[in-house]
Ligand binder design. Structure first.
Ligand code: HSE
Length: 296
């Protein structure tokens, strides 16, 4: 007879959303992880993270309860222990890791009858847009959208010639503020510009067309409005270009700036360049993650 599961650990990757022109649709998972351990307990508690997240409102617990609700199961008290390598409020999908960790943790701990699409629907509803939660759940390069309240995802593999490096500053940005900085309406030409660029970007990422990637990464829907919220944006952008980056974009809603490169000397050049800036910028090479959330 199987023993009932009373403890489960879920590993969830960091993500970069938007990828320039793919606002609220494109995203990628990276091999930098948070883990969420759920144990059946006498009372609910959260351990291992900053005090501001050690409450019942912790997003992993919110998602855990949402999964229980979806399966019509009364959520039991649990001890949640968090181990985080994904920096908070830096545009690397830390809240998506919590939501995905909570839903996958609940499904495995309580044997809930929810398939991947049902889990995707829950985390997408909680997050409000699918571009971080899709790669966090499924891994890889994802194009995701919702139609009539149903989220859809197409998953791809990034061409192996691309290398990625996150430039992570010592300051946070709030997604709420970054969304408030966007215009309520845009000219028709701007909408067309982003549709064309996002479409060719996806091909460039899959096929390894470097010139197309560089041209396609430009966007007019969000980065021109948000760059002002990121200190030293123009300085670091020109440093990355001089160091040989073939791609540069705001990761999610910032504050991290993501770069794409192929040259072996790029990392050392960036490490030297950022020393001259006023803010502390961490130069972190990242490999794509193809697994998405998994129970370990
Ligand atoms: N697409 C979202 C945004 C990602 O840019 O606001 C951050 O949650």
């Amino acid at each position: 007879m199987c023993k009932p599961i009373c403890r489960v650990t879920v590993r969830v990757p960091a993500t970069s959303a938007n990828l320039g022109p793919g606002f609220d649709t494109l995203g990628m998972a990276f091999a930098l992880y948070n883990t969420y351990t759920f144990e059946l307990a006498e009372k609910t508690e959260v351990l291992g993270c900053e005090a501001r997240f050690c409450t019942e409102n912790n997003l992993a617990l919110v998602a855990f309860r949402a999964a229980c609700d979806a399966a019509d199961v009364v959520p039991p008290p649990v001890r949640l222990t968090v181990h985080s390598d994904v920096p908070v409020s830096r545009g690397l999908g830390s809240s998506a890791t919590m939501l995905v960790g909570g839903v996958v943790g609940a499904c495995r701990l309580l044997s809930l009858p929810l398939d991947a699409q049902a889990m995707f629907a829950i985390v997408n509803r909680l997050e409000g847009h699918p571009d971080n939660v899709a790669p966090a759940l499924f891994g890889g390069l994802t194009a995701a959208m919702q139609e009539n309240g149903i989220p859809y995802v197409a998953r791809h593999t990034v061409h192996p010639s691309y290398r990625f490096c996150a430039l992570i500053p010592d300051f946070e940005t709030s997604t709420k503020k970054a969304r408030a900085a966007l215009p309520k309406e845009v000219p028709f030409a701007d909408a067309v510009y982003n549709v064309t660029h996002a479409t060719t970007l996806l091909s460039a990422l899959i096929n390894g067309d470097h010139a197309l990637l560089t041209a396609s990464l430009r966007d007019v829907l969000h980065q021109p409005y948000r760059s002002a919220l990121i200190h030293e944006y123009e300085d670091i952008r020109s440093m990355a270009e001089q160091a040989g980056a073939i791609g540069f974009f705001i990761s999610g809603s910032g504050s991290t700036l993501m770069t794409v490169y192929t040259d072996d000397k790029y990392i050392a050049r960036m490490q030297a360049s950022v020393q001259t800036l006023s803010c502390a910028w961490r130069v972190l090479p990242l490999l794509p993650d193809m697994d998405g959330a998994c129970v370990i």
